[in-house]
Structures are given as structure tokens and as C-alpha cells.
Design a protein around this ligand. Structure first.
Ligand SMILES: Nc1ncnc2c1ncn2[C@@H]1O[C@H](COP(=O)(O)OP(=O)(O)OP(=O)(O)O)[C@@H](O)[C@H]1O
Ligand SMILES: [Mg+2]
Length: 261
């Protein structure tokens, strides 16, 4: 039987050299993620969120500890666990469709099969009519949807997202958050999302991991019990928002935090 746990993070420690000396960035990070869960990692700039995501995705090695994906130690990036980078990573000289096909080129698919699959995922994000256009002809939000389509086309079990909506205006952000939830419900993908945005974390997540900085640690985990679809104006929503705000004020009484409120 398939185990419910898909990712196990076990006692990670990571330092980076700073002015010739190793500076601890992540310390004693441990958690489990279940299949199909949506997890947000929330914390101020520089606390180690991207580093943590890179280690989970196999792009970076921890100094100590390990990450297990489906019970096996992660040593390199895998197609089963894809990373959606903040700046989309679209190739400007390739059409939208060819950009989505890009990730599929390492699979042994016939060209038609590859094109059809890419087109299906463009349809899923509502951009099939833009298949032949180039990234610079699209808005930022549309480009981000192309990047999401490319990640989903690989049919990964896990998507790691590093502030995927940070550059978008509120309307596009809300729209894409809903789009992501719709796709996630359909594909049952596990999502680990790094964000600065408290509302986004409460709206999307089953659990929110709150990180403190220097060195980066998870100082609190908050389970969001609200049923879906969630209402941003509901009192429960405000309740979770308040807990998170208080948690960060308590831990960082003097530092300004980018709350996006
Ligand atoms: N390759 C590297 N070499 C040296 N230091 C690094 C490297 N990558 C990250 N760091 C340092 O590690 C710390 C955490 O960086 P990281 O990018 O993980 O933060 P973050 O939480 O993602 O921040 P932000 O919200 O601004 O993206 C920072 O102090 C950063 O300077
Ligand atoms: Mg980062």
C-alpha cells in the first residue's frame, strides 16, 4: 500500500560561508508532508526558505540530515518532484507550446504525443489559444500560468513553488490561487509553497510552517482547519491571520516584516 507520507525532512542543518566563516542558515529542520497536502513555508526575507526548498528538490545538499522522497534519500532533482522557480524560467525564443513541451523532452514520448500533452495542460490553465505566441507577448500572470502548465505537464507528485505569485497584482494573484487549487484538487498533487504573504498561506494551505531567522528554524506549525473553498472575509480566516501576525511580532519585535496586507 502507498504510504501517506511523501516527504520526510529529517534534522537538516545547512551553513553557507559568510566573510570566510560558515554561517548557519538552517538548523534542526524536521517535518513530514503527506500526499496531496498543501504546505506553506512563511518567513521573512533571508530566513532560508529558498535554501530549504532547494534541499527538498535535490538542488542543494544539506550539511547534516536528509530528505526522503517516497522513502528514498533525495540526492538529485527528480521529475517526480518539480520546482517552479520564481521567475518563470520561460525561454523567450520558444513559443508558449514549445515552452510547455520543454520539460517533456526528456521523456520518451513521440513528438505528437508530447505536443498533445503540452496542449492539454495549456488548456487546463486556459491558455491554449495562446499556444503559438511568445512569452514576451503575454502578461506576467499568463507567463506564470505557462510555467505552471509546464510543471504540471510532467505530472509530478510534488510541486515546489518559490513565491509563485509574488510579482502579480492582487486580481491575478487571487485568480491564480484559485486556479492552483482547482488544478490541485484534480491532479491530487502535493504542493510545498514558499511565500511572504500571510493571506496566501491561510487561503491555500493545509498547514503553515512559520520560520524564524538566523538560523532558520521552523518555530511553529499551524493547521488550517477551514473547509474549502475558503472565504477571505470569514472570521475564521481572520483568526488564523491574527495567530500568524502575532507569532511573527513576538519573534521579531523590532524587525520590519513584509506582510503584504
Ligand atoms: N549560495 C549561497 N552562498 C552563500 N550564502 C547563501 C547562498 N544561498 C543563500 N545564502 C544565504 O542564506 C540565507 C538564506 O537565503 P535564502 O535564499 O534561503 O532566503 P529566503 O528565505 O529564500 O529569502 P527571500 O525571502 O528573500 O527569498 C541568506 O542569508 C543568504 O544570504
Ligand atoms: Mg527566497
Amino acid at each position: 500500500m502507498e504510504s501517506a507520507t511523501i516527504i520526510q525532512v529529517e534534522n537538516l542543518n545547512k551553513s553557507f560561508p559568510n566573510k570566510g566563516k560558515p554561517e548557519p542558515v538552517l538548523q534542526h529542520i524536521s517535518f513530514h508532508i503527506e500526499r496531496g497536502e498543501i504546505i506553506s513555508i512563511l518567513g521573512q526575507s533571508g530566513c532560508g526558505k529558498t535554501t530549504l526548498l532547494n534541499i527538498i528538490g535535490g538542488f542543494e545538499k544539506p550539511d547534516q540530515g536528509r530528505v526522503l522522497f517516497d522513502g528514498k534519500v533525495v540526492e538529485r532533482p527528480s521529475r517526480r518532484c518539480v520546482m517552479l522557480f520564481q521567475h518563470y524560467g520561460l525561454l523567450p525564443w520558444r513559443s508558449v507550446l514549445k515552452n510547455v513541451e520543454l520539460g517533456l523532452e526528456s521523456l520518451k514520448l513521440a513528438p505528437k504525443e508530447r505536443r498533445d500533452r503540452a496542449f492539454d495542460y495549456l488548456k487546463l490553465v486556459g491558455l491554449h489559444e495562446n499556444a503559438d505566441r511568445f512569452p514576451n507577448e503575454l502578461s506576467g500572470g499568463m507567463q506564470q500560468r505557462v510555467a505552471i502548465a509546464r510543471a504540471l505537464a510532467l505530472q509530478p507528485e510534488v510541486i515546489l513553488m518559490d513565491e509563485p505569485f509574488a510579482a502579480l497584482d492582487t486580481f491575478n494573484r487571487y485568480y491564480l490561487q484559485d486556479e492552483l487549487l482547482r488544478l490541485q484538487a484534480k491532479e491530487k498533487t502535493t504542493i510545498v509553497l514558499v511565500t511572504h504573504d500571510i493571506d496566501e498561506a491561510v487561503y491555500l494551505s493545509d498547514r503553515v510552517f512559520m520560520m524564524s531567522a538566523n538560523p532558520g528554524q521552523i518555530h511553529r506549525e499551524l493547521k488550517i482547519q477551514n473547509s474549502r473553498p475558503r472565504d477571505r472575509g470569514h472570521s475564521d480566516f481572520q483568526y488564523y491571520r491574527k495567530i500568524i501576525l502575532e507569532e511573527f511580532h513576538f519573534h521579531h519585535p523590532t524587525s520590519p516584516i513584509d506582510y503584504h496586507i
